[in-house]
Design a protein around this ligand. Sequence first.
Ligand code: BDR
Ligand code: CA
Length: 306
Amino acid sequence: MRWIIDTDAGIDDAIGLGLPFAPGLAPTHILLAVTTVSGNVHVAQVNVNVGAVLDVLEAPTPIYSGCDRPMIEPRVHAEDFHGPDGLGGAGLSKTTRRPEREHAALAISRLARQHRGALGLIALGPLTNVALACNLDPELPHHIARLIVMGGAWQARGNQTSAAEFNFAVDPESAHVVFERFSNVIMVPWEVSLDQMMPFELFERIRAGATPRARFFAAMTRIVYDWRDQFGFTGVPLPDPLAVAVALDEGVIARAVQARVKVDIGHSVGRALSSLDYRHPQPNAQVVVQVHADVAWQMIERAWTQ
Ligand code: BDR
Ligand code: CA
């Protein structure tokens, strides 16, 4: 499978970007492109962060810069969580790479046509680029073989509002568009990463690695101890790496439920809530509610310590 990762990198995005480069992964998995979107930080900063991550991974993957704001809402970022630069404020955000000239949404549409039926898209940020690509190219959902979305909160345990997860809350209209157009989204909601956190013992083992990748991992994740102190986390929630692991190895899925996911674009307390209609005759998503975390952790450790 050829892959595009659409990202608002972000610390956990950055960790997820490493997984296609984990040793031992089937050589049939090829990361064709990284597309960037406004989310955790401004898209210009996301471009730099992705460049820095691809540098340490020694990956020649092209970067396509995307939407610099949500479809309707004003920009919302998460610097308080991911650090002022989105990579933990550790001075890692340096690269000489520049994005390609083509817009991310156009690149998604072009690559999906070129690799029709053999391209998977992994969306780790607000769905602005994906929704725009759907509107530019109504055939897009037919060209993309698999769409994996990290986003939503299947039990309405929101992390941005009381009911909504960050990626959906930042751009609810785009999330709505994507779930209306695609008929079989693999959705990895926030709660999975909350219920199945990476144990600190393993996290610290990766951080203690001596390779350039492990040192990069250690530097960008120092801020995770602030999360532990602030939110009382008993481990490290890693939503984006779990979504990438699910994409690269479906065996990571322990339990999924089929439903029609509808994203609330109203203006009440439920805005951006992802509701699951289990009785709908046309389900549009497999919602991953439990993972074989050990398999994902191994992939992460291999990717970031080699
Ligand atoms: C999502 O929000 C972002 O901060 C993370 O990178 C992840 O994609 C989790 O709600
Ligand atoms: Ca993200």
